[in-house]
Structure formats: C-alpha cells, structure tokens
Design a protein around this ligand. Structure first.
Ligand SMILES: [Zn+2]
Length: 157
C-alpha cells in the first residue's frame, strides 16, 4: 500500500520534526499536503501555523529574516511583499506613434519624457543641430543637450 520510498518517508519525518509546514514539505519532497498531514498526525505533531518562529513562510522564504509585523500586528513575509510589488509594477511603455510624429516635426500635445528622449535620440542620428531638434520636438534646446548627454551615458555604461 505504501508507495513512498524509505528515503522520502525519512525526509518527511525530519522536516515535520524541524517544524516545516505541510505545504513546505509538499514543495521540498514532492508529496501532497494530505500525505504530509497524515504523517503529522501519525507523529502526533500539532497543525502548522506560520509564526515568527516558523522556519519559513508559506512560500519558502526563510524566517525570521523575512518576518515582519504590520501596523495592526499581523505577521507578514517581507520577501512575499516585495515579490507582490514587483509583479504589480509595470513601467509605462513609450507610444511609438507619438515618437514617430515628434521625429516628423508634428508632436502630439503631450509627450512623456521617455518619448521625447527617444525622438531626440532618433533625430540626433541625422546629425541635426540642437536648435533644429528642439523646434521639431517642441522642447527647449537645453532638453536636447540633456538627452544627448544622458544617451551617451547609457551607451558608455
Ligand atoms: Zn514569503
């Protein structure tokens, strides 16, 4: 009936005794949470609950380095919060049509700084003067000079 290898059974018992969660055992050993829980009951260990003294969060980030409490006293994992913020952050993509229009000398009413810089860089390639570029993109010649030096920094880096 028992199809688990002795090696895996030993691993499960060791992880349970080290205080790991059923999910943590599922991820480390590759057995289901139900199996981990069956072993937990056989050993007479209490059900797992994430606390500051847990070895890791539910996603395997080590505790207590990543353990923190919010203003309401709830425990959370710093690394999970960071991963969540990273997943949500989406940088604004420059509008290609706006760039092309700016290069052609007919920019839309509003250009984002990134779009303006992209248009300036494309006009730079045609070796136009800063004043001419500024007229095309509808910006100050100083902006052209700044974009020029910034793009050189990017190339150098
Ligand atoms: Zn985490």
């Amino acid at each position: 009936m028992n199809r688990l290898s002795a090696d895996k059974r030993q691993q499960i018992v060791a992880l349970l005794q080290a205080g790991h969660s059923d999910l943590g055992i599922q991820r480390r050993v590759g057995v289901s949470r139900a199996t981990a829980n069956r072993y937990r009951k056989q050993l007479g260990l209490p059900g797992y609950r994430t606390t500051e003294s847990s070895p890791a969060c539910r996603h395997g980030h080590p505790f207590p380095e990543n353990a923190a409490r919010d203003n309401n006293g709830w425990l959370y994992c710093r690394e999970c919060r960071r991963a969540c913020a990273r997943a949500r952050y989406q940088p604004a993509q420059p509008d290609e049509i706006a760039i092309v229009r700016a290069v052609a000398g007919d920019p839309p009413d509003r250009l984002t700084p990134r779009e303006r810089t992209a248009a300036i860089v494309r006009l730079e390639v045609r070796s136009l003067s800063a004043r001419v570029i500024a007229e095309r993109v509808h910006c100050n010649p100083r902006t052209v000079h700044r974009a020029r030096s910034e793009s050189r920094e990017v190339v150098a880096a």
